[in-house]
Ligand binder design. Sequence first.
Ligand code: G3P
Length: 217
Amino acid sequence: MKFFVDTADTAAIRELAATGLLDGVTTNPSLVARAGRDFFEILKEICDVVPGPVSAEVAATDFDGMLREAERLRKVADNIAIKVPLIVDGLKACKRLTDEGAMVNVTLCFSAAQALLAAKAGASFISPFIGRHDDVGQDGMALIADIRQIYDNYHFDTEILVASVRHPMHVVEAAKIGADVCTIPPDVLKKLFNHPLTEKGLEAFLADWKKTGQTIR
Ligand code: G3P
């Protein structure tokens, strides 16, 4: 499973990229607003640090406007993936952009039917928002399983990019289902490393090692 980080905070991206475990980045208008900086500056900085796909979302909601914005965004770097909303014009733009060889991430997916349409439109990534499903009392992970089954039935190349991830178990469950990518907020990604028994075990090993009086050289 590929790990993307879901943030426009470039300091957090640098820190996580240094682990060597980061495969890409997703941003969205809310994350850019939270970062409080120029969108293009942020994107350039991210693309310099992370060679994998970096999702940049259009703000237009009409086909022509999306294509215009996509053209600007694609000039930032080769690894920009254009993010379009799952609306009719978004899928039309997806088809056109992927036909032209662009990477496209179709976002705001909340149903298997929408995911099927995105795959037919040639999307590189489909982003189902599982946390927002859970928030309204629905089962976000069931949607991932449904999309996995549909994509496997027809051998679609579209990668399932699990979005709106809220906790480590979302990542684990998505991996069990066989989702291709998880985009994970920095705080959740950091939690994946931790287990109290790892810390406790390491403390004990280090204390015992000290008792041996040896060094490794
Ligand atoms: O990037 C889109 C998605 O991950 C948003 O997550 O937490 O705002 O539902 P959230």
